[in-house]
Design a protein around this ligand. Structure first.
Ligand SMILES: [Zn+2]
Ligand SMILES: [Zn+2]
Length: 398
Protein backbone atom coordinates (compact mmCIF):
# COMPACT_ATOMS: atom_id res chain seq x y z
CA UNK A 1 0.00 0.00 0.00
CA UNK A 2 1.41 3.40 -0.98
CA UNK A 3 1.46 6.26 1.54
CA UNK A 4 -1.46 7.94 -0.23
CA UNK A 5 -3.47 4.69 -0.25
CA UNK A 6 -2.70 4.17 3.44
CA UNK A 7 -3.86 7.69 4.18
CA UNK A 8 -7.08 7.17 2.17
CA UNK A 9 -7.74 3.85 3.92
CA UNK A 10 -7.39 5.38 7.41
CA UNK A 11 -9.43 8.41 6.37
CA UNK A 12 -12.31 6.27 5.03
CA UNK A 13 -12.20 4.01 8.09
CA UNK A 14 -12.50 7.04 10.37
CA UNK A 15 -15.43 8.42 8.38
CA UNK A 16 -17.22 5.05 8.53
CA UNK A 17 -16.62 4.85 12.28
CA UNK A 18 -17.95 8.37 12.72
CA UNK A 19 -21.08 7.63 10.63
CA UNK A 20 -21.78 4.42 12.56
CA UNK A 21 -21.43 6.13 15.91
CA UNK A 22 -23.63 9.08 14.79
CA UNK A 23 -26.24 6.66 13.57
CA UNK A 24 -26.14 4.74 16.85
CA UNK A 25 -26.50 7.98 18.77
CA UNK A 26 -29.45 9.02 16.64
CA UNK A 27 -31.12 5.67 17.32
CA UNK A 28 -30.19 5.52 21.00
CA UNK A 29 -33.25 5.55 23.23
CA UNK A 30 -33.33 6.44 26.92
CA UNK A 31 -36.51 5.24 28.52
CA UNK A 32 -37.62 6.80 31.80
CA UNK A 33 -40.43 5.16 33.74
CA UNK A 34 -42.97 7.34 35.52
CA UNK A 35 -46.42 7.55 37.02
CA UNK A 36 -48.30 10.83 36.65
CA UNK A 37 -51.37 10.08 38.76
CA UNK A 38 -51.21 9.26 42.50
CA UNK A 39 -52.91 10.36 45.72
CA UNK A 40 -51.64 10.92 49.24
CA UNK A 41 -53.06 12.05 52.60
CA UNK A 42 -53.14 15.56 51.11
CA UNK A 43 -56.45 14.38 49.63
CA UNK A 44 -57.98 10.88 49.65
CA UNK A 45 -54.88 8.65 49.54
CA UNK A 46 -54.06 6.68 52.68
CA UNK A 47 -50.32 7.26 53.09
CA UNK A 48 -47.81 10.05 53.60
CA UNK A 49 -46.29 11.58 50.44
CA UNK A 50 -42.74 10.47 51.25
CA UNK A 51 -43.83 6.84 51.78
CA UNK A 52 -45.57 6.77 48.40
CA UNK A 53 -42.69 8.42 46.58
CA UNK A 54 -40.30 6.01 48.28
CA UNK A 55 -42.32 3.08 46.93
CA UNK A 56 -41.95 4.33 43.35
CA UNK A 57 -38.27 5.07 43.92
CA UNK A 58 -37.71 1.52 45.19
CA UNK A 59 -39.55 0.01 42.21
CA UNK A 60 -37.43 1.29 39.37
CA UNK A 61 -39.42 4.38 38.47
CA UNK A 62 -37.49 7.50 37.47
CA UNK A 63 -40.24 10.06 38.01
CA UNK A 64 -43.44 10.49 39.97
CA UNK A 65 -46.14 13.13 40.32
CA UNK A 66 -48.43 13.17 43.35
CA UNK A 67 -51.64 14.59 41.94
CA UNK A 68 -53.92 15.24 44.88
CA UNK A 69 -57.45 16.54 44.39
CA UNK A 70 -57.56 20.34 44.20
CA UNK A 71 -54.32 20.96 46.06
CA UNK A 72 -50.64 21.37 45.23
CA UNK A 73 -49.54 20.66 48.82
CA UNK A 74 -48.15 24.10 49.57
CA UNK A 75 -49.84 25.07 52.84
CA UNK A 76 -49.53 24.14 56.51
CA UNK A 77 -51.67 21.04 57.06
CA UNK A 78 -51.80 19.09 60.33
CA UNK A 79 -53.41 15.79 59.47
CA UNK A 80 -55.38 14.05 62.20
CA UNK A 81 -54.66 10.32 62.51
CA UNK A 82 -57.89 8.36 62.02
CA UNK A 83 -59.06 4.91 63.06
CA UNK A 84 -58.20 3.56 59.60
CA UNK A 85 -54.62 4.87 59.96
CA UNK A 86 -54.25 3.21 63.38
CA UNK A 87 -55.36 -0.07 61.89
CA UNK A 88 -52.92 0.31 58.99
CA UNK A 89 -50.10 1.46 61.34
CA UNK A 90 -49.59 4.31 58.88
CA UNK A 91 -47.78 6.62 61.30
CA UNK A 92 -45.62 3.87 62.75
CA UNK A 93 -44.44 2.81 59.27
CA UNK A 94 -43.75 6.44 58.40
CA UNK A 95 -41.74 7.00 61.60
CA UNK A 96 -39.79 3.78 61.10
CA UNK A 97 -38.79 4.87 57.62
CA UNK A 98 -38.22 8.60 58.11
CA UNK A 99 -37.38 8.93 61.83
CA UNK A 100 -36.85 12.45 63.18
CA UNK A 101 -38.05 14.00 59.92
CA UNK A 102 -41.65 13.19 61.00
CA UNK A 103 -43.45 15.97 62.92
CA UNK A 104 -46.28 15.08 65.29
CA UNK A 105 -48.41 16.85 67.92
CA UNK A 106 -50.53 14.97 70.40
CA UNK A 107 -53.07 15.84 73.04
CA UNK A 108 -55.29 13.64 75.17
CA UNK A 109 -57.58 12.69 72.31
CA UNK A 110 -55.81 13.09 69.01
CA UNK A 111 -52.55 12.73 67.15
CA UNK A 112 -51.70 15.22 64.43
CA UNK A 113 -48.99 14.89 61.84
CA UNK A 114 -47.79 17.76 59.71
CA UNK A 115 -47.91 16.76 56.05
CA UNK A 116 -44.73 17.86 54.32
CA UNK A 117 -45.27 20.35 51.52
CA UNK A 118 -44.33 19.66 47.92
CA UNK A 119 -41.04 21.59 48.29
CA UNK A 120 -40.17 19.55 51.39
CA UNK A 121 -40.96 16.10 50.03
CA UNK A 122 -39.37 16.92 46.71
CA UNK A 123 -36.09 18.02 48.32
CA UNK A 124 -36.10 14.97 50.59
CA UNK A 125 -36.57 12.38 47.82
CA UNK A 126 -35.45 13.78 44.51
CA UNK A 127 -32.03 12.63 43.29
CA UNK A 128 -30.31 14.50 40.48
CA UNK A 129 -30.29 12.47 37.23
CA UNK A 130 -31.94 9.43 38.79
CA UNK A 131 -35.26 10.29 40.39
CA UNK A 132 -37.54 13.23 39.71
CA UNK A 133 -40.54 14.49 41.71
CA UNK A 134 -42.94 16.59 39.62
CA UNK A 135 -45.57 18.98 40.95
CA UNK A 136 -49.12 18.10 39.97
CA UNK A 137 -52.79 18.56 40.83
CA UNK A 138 -55.90 16.63 39.90
CA UNK A 139 -58.26 19.49 39.17
CA UNK A 140 -61.45 17.84 40.32
CA UNK A 141 -64.67 19.32 39.02
CA UNK A 142 -68.02 17.90 37.99
CA UNK A 143 -71.07 18.76 35.95
CA UNK A 144 -74.36 17.57 37.39
CA UNK A 145 -73.40 14.05 38.55
CA UNK A 146 -70.60 13.62 36.08
CA UNK A 147 -67.03 13.69 37.34
CA UNK A 148 -64.59 15.83 35.33
CA UNK A 149 -61.06 15.22 36.55
CA UNK A 150 -58.03 16.69 34.83
CA UNK A 151 -54.42 16.28 35.91
CA UNK A 152 -51.97 19.09 35.43
CA UNK A 153 -48.37 17.91 35.29
CA UNK A 154 -45.74 20.46 36.37
CA UNK A 155 -48.39 22.88 37.56
CA UNK A 156 -47.00 25.96 39.32
CA UNK A 157 -50.04 27.54 40.93
CA UNK A 158 -53.16 25.81 42.21
CA UNK A 159 -56.10 25.75 39.81
CA UNK A 160 -59.52 25.70 41.45
CA UNK A 161 -62.24 23.38 40.10
CA UNK A 162 -64.53 24.91 37.51
CA UNK A 163 -68.26 25.23 37.19
CA UNK A 164 -69.68 25.26 33.68
CA UNK A 165 -72.75 24.71 31.57
CA UNK A 166 -71.74 21.24 30.36
CA UNK A 167 -69.04 18.59 30.79
CA UNK A 168 -67.33 19.98 27.69
CA UNK A 169 -67.49 23.52 29.07
CA UNK A 170 -65.94 22.46 32.41
CA UNK A 171 -63.14 20.61 30.60
CA UNK A 172 -62.47 23.47 28.20
CA UNK A 173 -62.31 26.04 31.01
CA UNK A 174 -59.81 23.87 32.87
CA UNK A 175 -57.65 23.40 29.77
CA UNK A 176 -57.74 27.12 29.03
CA UNK A 177 -56.61 27.85 32.59
CA UNK A 178 -53.68 25.46 32.16
CA UNK A 179 -52.65 27.09 28.87
CA UNK A 180 -52.90 30.52 30.47
CA UNK A 181 -50.77 29.47 33.44
CA UNK A 182 -48.20 27.91 31.13
CA UNK A 183 -47.92 31.16 29.21
CA UNK A 184 -47.70 33.36 32.25
CA UNK A 185 -44.97 31.26 33.92
CA UNK A 186 -43.33 30.35 30.62
CA UNK A 187 -42.79 26.85 32.03
CA UNK A 188 -43.88 23.66 30.20
CA UNK A 189 -46.83 21.91 31.81
CA UNK A 190 -49.71 19.89 30.43
CA UNK A 191 -53.19 18.78 31.21
CA UNK A 192 -54.36 15.22 30.79
CA UNK A 193 -57.97 14.09 30.92
CA UNK A 194 -58.40 11.43 33.59
CA UNK A 195 -60.44 8.22 33.39
CA UNK A 196 -63.17 9.38 30.95
CA UNK A 197 -65.31 6.31 31.75
CA UNK A 198 -65.29 6.92 35.53
CA UNK A 199 -69.00 7.36 36.25
CA UNK A 200 -69.22 7.55 32.44
CA UNK A 201 -68.71 11.28 32.96
CA UNK A 202 -66.85 12.18 29.78
CA UNK A 203 -68.04 10.93 26.39
CA UNK A 204 -66.19 10.44 23.13
CA UNK A 205 -68.20 13.35 21.68
CA UNK A 206 -67.17 15.63 24.56
CA UNK A 207 -63.51 14.82 23.93
CA UNK A 208 -63.88 15.32 20.17
CA UNK A 209 -64.98 18.91 20.67
CA UNK A 210 -62.15 19.91 23.01
CA UNK A 211 -59.53 22.37 21.84
CA UNK A 212 -55.94 22.21 22.99
CA UNK A 213 -56.08 18.73 24.55
CA UNK A 214 -53.08 16.49 23.86
CA UNK A 215 -53.29 13.68 26.46
CA UNK A 216 -55.86 11.42 28.04
CA UNK A 217 -55.86 8.29 30.20
CA UNK A 218 -56.02 5.28 27.96
CA UNK A 219 -55.48 3.11 31.02
CA UNK A 220 -56.09 3.99 34.67
CA UNK A 221 -55.38 1.35 37.36
CA UNK A 222 -58.25 2.36 39.69
CA UNK A 223 -60.86 -0.43 39.92
CA UNK A 224 -63.84 1.92 39.36
CA UNK A 225 -62.89 3.61 36.12
CA UNK A 226 -64.27 1.23 33.44
CA UNK A 227 -61.37 1.32 30.97
CA UNK A 228 -63.20 -1.38 29.03
CA UNK A 229 -66.50 0.49 28.82
CA UNK A 230 -69.95 -1.14 28.94
CA UNK A 231 -72.88 -1.86 26.63
CA UNK A 232 -73.47 1.84 26.04
CA UNK A 233 -70.01 3.39 26.23
CA UNK A 234 -66.97 2.27 24.27
CA UNK A 235 -63.66 1.26 25.82
CA UNK A 236 -60.96 3.90 26.07
CA UNK A 237 -58.86 2.46 23.23
CA UNK A 238 -61.75 2.64 20.75
CA UNK A 239 -62.54 6.11 22.12
CA UNK A 240 -58.92 7.13 21.41
CA UNK A 241 -59.16 6.13 17.73
CA UNK A 242 -62.54 7.78 17.19
CA UNK A 243 -61.24 11.02 18.72
CA UNK A 244 -58.10 10.93 16.58
CA UNK A 245 -60.02 10.38 13.34
CA UNK A 246 -62.02 13.48 14.26
CA UNK A 247 -58.92 15.47 15.32
CA UNK A 248 -57.20 14.55 12.06
CA UNK A 249 -60.18 15.73 10.00
CA UNK A 250 -60.30 18.98 11.95
CA UNK A 251 -56.55 19.56 11.61
CA UNK A 252 -55.96 19.24 15.38
CA UNK A 253 -52.84 17.48 16.66
CA UNK A 254 -53.41 13.81 17.56
CA UNK A 255 -54.34 12.83 21.11
CA UNK A 256 -51.79 10.79 23.05
CA UNK A 257 -52.64 7.98 25.48
CA UNK A 258 -51.24 7.68 29.00
CA UNK A 259 -51.33 4.80 31.49
CA UNK A 260 -51.42 5.66 35.22
CA UNK A 261 -51.99 4.06 38.61
CA UNK A 262 -54.35 6.59 40.21
CA UNK A 263 -53.27 4.85 43.42
CA UNK A 264 -54.99 5.66 46.71
CA UNK A 265 -54.44 2.54 48.84
CA UNK A 266 -51.00 1.66 50.11
CA UNK A 267 -51.75 -0.79 52.95
CA UNK A 268 -54.05 -3.38 51.37
CA UNK A 269 -53.62 -4.99 47.97
CA UNK A 270 -56.40 -6.54 45.93
CA UNK A 271 -58.33 -6.13 42.70
CA UNK A 272 -60.74 -3.88 44.61
CA UNK A 273 -58.03 -1.51 45.86
CA UNK A 274 -56.45 1.29 43.83
CA UNK A 275 -52.84 0.18 44.19
CA UNK A 276 -49.43 1.11 42.82
CA UNK A 277 -47.65 -0.48 39.87
CA UNK A 278 -50.51 -1.02 37.42
CA UNK A 279 -49.96 1.54 34.67
CA UNK A 280 -47.19 3.94 33.72
CA UNK A 281 -45.49 5.81 30.90
CA UNK A 282 -42.02 5.21 29.46
CA UNK A 283 -40.59 8.43 28.05
CA UNK A 284 -37.66 8.56 25.65
CA UNK A 285 -35.73 11.56 26.82
CA UNK A 286 -32.07 12.48 26.68
CA UNK A 287 -32.16 13.78 30.24
CA UNK A 288 -34.23 13.14 33.33
CA UNK A 289 -35.47 16.69 33.56
CA UNK A 290 -39.06 17.89 33.59
CA UNK A 291 -38.57 20.16 30.56
CA UNK A 292 -37.05 17.34 28.54
CA UNK A 293 -39.73 14.86 29.64
CA UNK A 294 -42.61 17.16 28.75
CA UNK A 295 -41.08 18.04 25.43
CA UNK A 296 -40.61 14.33 24.61
CA UNK A 297 -44.18 13.54 25.64
CA UNK A 298 -45.55 16.41 23.57
CA UNK A 299 -43.80 15.04 20.53
CA UNK A 300 -45.29 11.59 21.20
CA UNK A 301 -41.92 10.09 22.10
CA UNK A 302 -43.26 7.79 24.82
CA UNK A 303 -45.42 4.73 25.29
CA UNK A 304 -48.03 3.69 27.81
CA UNK A 305 -47.55 0.37 29.56
CA UNK A 306 -49.27 -2.03 31.89
CA UNK A 307 -46.26 -4.34 32.00
CA UNK A 308 -44.71 -4.75 28.55
CA UNK A 309 -41.34 -3.04 28.16
CA UNK A 310 -39.99 -2.01 24.79
CA UNK A 311 -36.38 -1.76 23.72
CA UNK A 312 -36.96 0.31 20.66
CA UNK A 313 -39.67 2.28 18.92
CA UNK A 314 -38.06 3.51 15.74
CA UNK A 315 -39.98 5.62 13.24
CA UNK A 316 -38.14 6.16 9.98
CA UNK A 317 -39.14 7.73 6.67
CA UNK A 318 -40.80 4.64 5.25
CA UNK A 319 -41.41 2.38 8.20
CA UNK A 320 -41.79 1.87 11.92
CA UNK A 321 -39.98 -0.87 13.86
CA UNK A 322 -40.66 -2.17 17.34
CA UNK A 323 -38.55 -4.37 19.52
CA UNK A 324 -39.70 -5.74 22.85
CA UNK A 325 -37.55 -5.99 25.97
CA UNK A 326 -38.85 -9.53 26.41
CA UNK A 327 -39.42 -11.47 29.63
CA UNK A 328 -38.34 -15.09 29.55
CA UNK A 329 -41.14 -17.49 28.59
CA UNK A 330 -43.57 -14.75 27.52
CA UNK A 331 -45.19 -14.58 24.07
CA UNK A 332 -45.79 -11.22 22.42
CA UNK A 333 -47.97 -9.98 19.58
CA UNK A 334 -47.09 -6.69 17.88
CA UNK A 335 -50.08 -5.11 16.17
CA UNK A 336 -49.76 -2.13 13.83
CA UNK A 337 -53.02 -0.18 13.95
CA UNK A 338 -53.82 2.45 11.36
CA UNK A 339 -56.31 4.85 9.91
CA UNK A 340 -56.30 4.83 6.12
CA UNK A 341 -57.70 7.20 3.49
CA UNK A 342 -61.27 6.46 2.45
CA UNK A 343 -62.14 4.59 5.65
CA UNK A 344 -63.89 5.54 8.86
CA UNK A 345 -62.08 3.42 11.41
CA UNK A 346 -58.72 2.41 12.77
CA UNK A 347 -57.94 -1.19 11.82
CA UNK A 348 -55.19 -3.76 12.32
CA UNK A 349 -52.79 -3.35 9.40
CA UNK A 350 -50.27 -5.99 10.39
CA UNK A 351 -49.93 -8.46 13.24
CA UNK A 352 -46.70 -10.27 14.11
CA UNK A 353 -46.01 -12.81 16.82
CA UNK A 354 -42.59 -12.37 18.35
CA UNK A 355 -40.38 -9.80 19.99
CA UNK A 356 -39.69 -7.55 17.01
CA UNK A 357 -41.56 -6.40 13.92
CA UNK A 358 -41.69 -3.57 11.45
CA UNK A 359 -44.29 -2.10 9.15
CA UNK A 360 -43.64 -0.31 5.87
CA UNK A 361 -46.00 2.62 5.29
CA UNK A 362 -48.55 2.31 2.50
CA UNK A 363 -49.79 5.18 0.34
CA UNK A 364 -53.22 5.16 1.95
CA UNK A 365 -51.94 5.30 5.57
CA UNK A 366 -52.95 8.47 7.42
CA UNK A 367 -51.98 7.77 11.02
CA UNK A 368 -50.56 4.79 12.82
CA UNK A 369 -49.94 3.44 16.28
CA UNK A 370 -48.75 0.11 17.70
CA UNK A 371 -50.30 -2.09 20.38
CA UNK A 372 -48.12 -4.78 21.94
CA UNK A 373 -49.93 -7.53 23.81
CA UNK A 374 -48.54 -10.48 25.75
CA UNK A 375 -49.65 -13.62 27.52
CA UNK A 376 -47.94 -12.55 30.77
CA UNK A 377 -50.46 -12.20 33.60
CA UNK A 378 -50.42 -8.90 35.48
CA UNK A 379 -49.56 -9.06 39.17
CA UNK A 380 -52.37 -7.71 41.35
CA UNK A 381 -54.64 -6.93 38.37
CA UNK A 382 -57.96 -5.11 38.46
CA UNK A 383 -59.53 -7.58 36.03
CA UNK A 384 -59.28 -11.36 36.26
CA UNK A 385 -56.76 -12.72 33.72
CA UNK A 386 -55.56 -9.23 32.78
CA UNK A 387 -52.38 -9.49 30.69
CA UNK A 388 -49.51 -7.04 30.24
CA UNK A 389 -49.68 -4.62 27.30
CA UNK A 390 -48.09 -1.51 25.83
CA UNK A 391 -49.25 1.17 23.41
CA UNK A 392 -47.06 3.50 21.36
CA UNK A 393 -48.38 6.93 20.36
CA UNK A 394 -50.16 7.67 17.10
CA UNK A 395 -48.29 9.69 14.46
CA UNK A 396 -49.16 11.04 11.05
CA UNK A 397 -47.61 9.18 8.13
CA UNK A 398 -46.05 11.83 5.91
ZN1 LIG B 1 -60.01 11.19 39.37
ZN1 LIG C 1 -57.08 10.45 40.87
Amino acid sequence: MTAINKFLFVFLALITLHLVSCNNKKNEQNWHKGNLHTHSLWSDGDDFPEMIIQWYKDHDYQFIALSDHNTIADSEFWYEIKERDRKNKTLKKYQNRFGAWVETKTDSIKTLVRLKTFDEYQSKLEVLDSFLVIKSEEVTSSFENKPVHINVTNIQEEIDPFLGKSVLDVMQRTLDAVHKQRQSFNIPMFAHINHPNFGYGISTDDLKELNGERFFELYNGHPSVNNDGNDISVDTETMWDLINIHYYKQGKPLLFGIATDDSHRYHSFSSKDSNTGRGWVMVNSKRLDVNYLISAMESGDFYASTGVRLKKVLTEKHRISISVDAEVGVNYVIIFMGYQKGTEEVVELKKTQGTSASYTFQNEDVFLRVRITSDAKKENPVLVDETKKAWTQPFLVK
